[in-house]
Design a protein around this ligand. Sequence first.
Ligand code: NAD
Length: 441
Amino acid sequence: MNIAVVGTGYVGLVTGVCLAHAGHTVTCVDIDEAKVAKMQAGQVPIYEPGLAEIFAEVLKQQRLRLTTSLAEGVSEAEAVFLALPTPPGADGSADLSAVLSVADQLGPLLNRYTVVVNKSTVPVGTGKQVAARVAAGTRQAFDVVSNPEFLREGLAVQDFLHPDRIVVGAAGDKAAAVMKQIYEPFIEEPEQLVFMDVRSAEMTKYAANSFLAMKVSFMNEIANMCELLGANVDAVRLGIGPDPRIGRQFLRAGIGYGGSCFPKDVQALQHTAQTTGYDFKLLQSLITVNELQQQRLVQKLLEYYKGDVSGRHFAVWGLAFKPDTDDIREAPALDIISGLLEKGATVTAYDPEATENAKRYFGGQEGLSFAGSSYEALEGADALLLVTEWEEFRAPDLAAVKAALKAPTVFDGRNIYDLGDMKQAGFYYESIGRPVVVAEE
Ligand code: NAD
């Protein structure tokens, strides 16, 4: 099938590349000229494991084209996917300007029956708005379908190629049939394709992300209580995870959720609840819990240094909001580093993939430097702060870490080190919801 994908970010590019890999002919459209030029030259603009290989393959097979022209993308397309940003507006609502602006442009470009597939995360009712905008510019028949995306950054290619479910909100059989044809190559069991109405599909995405965010915040609250009561949240996690009603995933305590999705989607659903006149108490609580949790590491640090970190130097491992991505949107590291700098400390940070994005974000801020390796970041630091649990941070040479640091002190926001190992190696070690390790004299 001939498909256009508008927006080539984490969702759009993965969607376009994977659809092409499955045998479709795909044109990816983006307004960012520099990004499109880079991709036309064969470079993948984001870091996502496995993406570069498939990207190169589909380019070579001429099943993927890249353009800045929406007209060119749409001219032969039977389906047009919208994978456009929906960032939070000032009031927490989803900013739909990119989605609606493309919808405005689409109408006059349609030259056959087309399915407009909305992959962006959008509030309930957006499908209807998009349909009205497209209809204003065309007499062609078309349908607007909601097809929310559930891929995880860092695992995006794998998730797209092997989805646990594909949600399709479609009003009619014709659009549903087109969607079935598009996704046929990815389906092993018919139940994987979940058809519903458009509004329910739009709600499904917010329900999924808010539920997962709630799991994270719930475990963080349990972790905070564990600290007060002398229990270990890791043990609690292992104790509750095997219950299938609870599930093992998203039970790890830490310094809160970040990224481009959870914070904005929870906020957007909260905004929808408010404007609908529904008092969604649980949502407000999980937003508050997460905001507090993101401050936990700096709080612990301040307590340890008796309220004063000025003149101290810290190593930060991890800038991306989670491992295996270069995405730093709403990454806890950003606030942690800013907080430390504001309090007069200096920081050297290291991340395997996100350093360039962080450099752009901080713009040469005084007191902050970036290291080329994890060990280099440690040199002369008063303590190490583990912020993102990249694989390469999981099993460091603890003797080398100790030797490089000014003092053997580690604050771990992701609970990746074994308490016994840290004690044996002679560290002062604080993590989240677990007993503090104080090295034996
Ligand atoms: P992104 O910011 O990475 O990419 C958006 C792309 O759209 C950019 O390349 C930008 O240049 C392009 N763009 C902006 N306006 C445009 C326009 N008018 N015409 C053409 N291109 C335009 O965004 P993303 O992370 O891929 O997210 C896209 C949507 O998918 C959002 O609604 C997001 O909530 C949702 N989503 C994201 C993820 C994720 O993990 N990132 C997962 C599921 C759903």
